[in-house]
Design a binder for this molecule. Structure first.
Ligand code: AMP
Length: 301
């Protein structure tokens, strides 16, 4: 695995690689799903490190669909609306490098804050993300998605991947990044691939933040998953407001501070209060376990 810290070194390596790749025949595809059954191009998996099997599932999918896979590790200060959350964000670089290397990552991009934000970090560009940034995560983490876009725009401009791998775990973020790619005019150039949520055996969605949960708190954290299962098992045509209230009460009873328990249109993420039983819907939860903020979601039909 090649490890690079400078954007220009990565661009140089990828430019050389693209030139060589043009002359190679497409290789048979080794995994599931590429549309034409061949393996070409550059796959990109952006992360903030503290890697777990969720991240590695994105890497494996990219490896099966691309000739080269680039992963990045960059803990983006611009997307943390709570500075304490940024300070406490776990860092396990040595283990991350080992995991990436043993899972066949080709290139690790490890930029500094200066490399991603060569100008000043506080000079903020505004991205027109529409209503998506005013609901759910956008509502409870003001400025968060603007910060995500700042880093992802720069990363995409550097890597210019053919395929971008994102996790459904961050459902709203996937929609925001698709919007960003449109704003960048790259929707024909970059395919976005959304990979399923990888969970622990007890249902807890894997997350770098889970490392901060110990003993009893860790055991309690499965309540987010249980809440989503409760929604799925009890969803019926008609009004959803009682069901949402009951699900929220379940979390509150267990001592959680809850930002939201919502049921939304899976395509637009607009909250649904009356369900016609046909629209695809998704349950989304955000809650704190002992000061650690966790999110999860699940398709409900
Ligand atoms: P992060 O390092 O948290 O920024 O995540 C990097 C990428 O991994 C994002 O696209 C996440 O949605 C994805 N991801 C995080 N956790 C999981 C999970 N449990 N299953 C699948 N993908 C995940």
């Amino acid at each position: 695995m090649t490890i690079l810290k400078k954007a220009k070194d990565l661009q140089h390596l990828l430019d050389n690689w693209r030139q060589k790749d043009q002359n190679l025949p497409a290789q048979p595809h080794v995994g599931e799903g590429s549309a034409d059954g061949t393996q070409t191009g550059i796959g990109f998996v952006p992360t903030m490190g503290a890697l777990h099997d969720g991240h590695l599932s994105l890497l494996k999918t990219s490896k099966s669909e691309n000739r080269v896979t680039v992963c990045s590790i960059f803990v983006n200060p611009a997307q943390f609306n709570d500075p304490k959350d940024f300070e406490k964000y776990p860092s396990t670089l040595e283990q991350d490098i080992y995991k990436l290397e043993t899972n066949g990552c080709d290139i690790l991009f490890l930029p500094s804050v200066k490399e991603i934000y060569p100008g000043q970090l506080n000079i903020k560009k505004h991205y027109d993300l529409g209503y998506l940034e005013t609901i759910l995560e956008g509502e409870y983490r003001p400025g968060h998605f603007q910060g995500v876009c700042m880093a992802v725009e720069r990363l995409l401009a550097i890597v210019l991947p053919d395929n971008l791998y994102l996790g459904q775990k961050d459902y709203q973020q996937c929609m925001i990044i698709k919007r960003l790619i449109e704003l960048m005019g790259l929707e024909k150039r970059i395919q976005t691939k959304i990979c399923p949520i990888v969970r622990e055996k007890d249902g807890l969605a894997m997350s770098s933040r889970n490392m901060r949960l110990k003993g009893e708190q860790r055991a309690k954290a499965t309540a987010l998953y249980e809440t989503l299962i409760f929604l799925k098992q009890n969803i019926n045509k008609g009004s959803l407001s009682e069901l949402k209230k009951e699900a929220t009460a379940l979390l509150v009873q267990k001592g959680f501070k809850t930002d939201y328990v919502e049921i939304a249109d899976a395509g637009t993420l607009k909250p649904i209060n009356e369900w016609d039983s046909r629209t695809n819907i998704i349950g989304l939860v955000a809650a704190y376990v002992n000061g650690v903020r966790l999110i999860d979601n699940m398709a409900l039909n």
